[in-house]
Design a protein around this ligand. Structure first.
Ligand code: ZZB
Length: 260
């Protein structure tokens, strides 16, 4: 499976657990199948109880990446570390240690976005860091609304109001019949209650994936007016060329794997 890695730079002071990194730039790195939606990022998701590492890449800027150890190991076989197969771990963390961080992310019109909690992140997929596009991803919109609607939920994870309340989904793709924020439309139509509403979210995801890919038309950015399937690769290339993204492969699961 080919993903696009999106680099989100930690802006400002590093959290305590990352201070030993020193002056090097630190990025939370998210794996996405939808690079063309990056214009609509409103936040970044991490799972509060999940383990992450910070590791030293061999990229020219001296970049330090934060993701799961499993993903770092995969990256070490894809030319991203000094020695193939070897991960130079700089810090070990859990999601809560990097909650509420201010980040600067590519393509989105939001100057700063924050790391927020998503409880349904899977350990064995992508990087364990997920970029959030509530306009187009039903999972993202559901988790985003959980935080917007429930002050105690924000409080539980030490999320302040200004990290959530001022943000709104951004129209990125016009999907005939589903409007220009298809996740919002499907969330309302299927009466999704929360990020744990598994079956409805699966249905919403299937509908938005298919229609979004085959019929979606960009309504923001330089590719505005073009079909999603014609520009997906161009947006990926733009991110990679700008040093804001990377191509990342996830090995297929083996028959030994018991999950999923
Ligand atoms: C931005 C985005 C915008 C995404 C969208 C989806 C959608 P799939 O098809 O099941 O492989 N993701 C990545 N890693 C994880 C994880 N560890 N746990 C939970 N979710 C994860 O799903 C790939 C998508 O799942 C990725 O693409 C990422 O969210 C999320 F408009 O990135 B996506 C209809 C989906 N729309």
């Amino acid at each position: 499976m080919e993903y696009t890695i999106v680099k989100m730079k930690v802006a400002g002071k590093l959290p305590q657990k990352l201070q030993k990194v020193g002056n090097k730039p630190v990025f939370l790195v998210a794996a996405t199948l939808r690079p063309e939606t990056m214009y609509g990022q409103t936040n970044c998701w991490v799972r509060p109880d999940m383990r992450y590492i910070a590791f030293q890449t061999n990229l020219p800027g001296g970049d330090v990446f934060v993701c799961t150890e499993r993903a770092a190991r995969n990256m070490s076989y894809q030319g991203l570390t000094a020695t193939e197969g070897k991960v130079d771990i700089v810090a070990e963390l859990i999601g809560q240690d990097i909650m509420g961080l201010a980040l600067s992310a590519p393509l989105t019109s939001n100057k700063v976005i924050y790391t927020l909690p998503m409880l349904t992140i899977k350990e064995d997929k992508g990087t364990g860091v997920v970029t959030s596009v509530p306009s187009d991803s039903p999972d993202d919109y559901a988790a985003f609304m959980d935080l917007k609607k429930k002050q105690p939920f924000r409080e539980k994870y030490s999320i302040s109001d200004e990290m959530v309340i001022p943000f709104e989904p951004i129209p990125v793709i016009d999907v005939p019949g589903l409007g220009n924020m298809c996740a919002v439309y499907l969330y309302d139509k299927l009466k999704i209650q929360s990020q744990n509403d598994k079956e409805k979210l699966l249905e919403a995801k299937e509908q938005s994936y298919l229609k979004g890919f085959y019929e979606g038309v960009m309504c923001v950015g330089p590719f505005s007016g073009k079909k999603v399937q014609d520009v997906k690769k161009d947006v990926q290339k733009q991110l990679v060329d700008a040093g804001q993204g990377l191509i990342y492969y996830e090995p297929e699961k083996t028959i030994m794997s018991r999950s999923g």
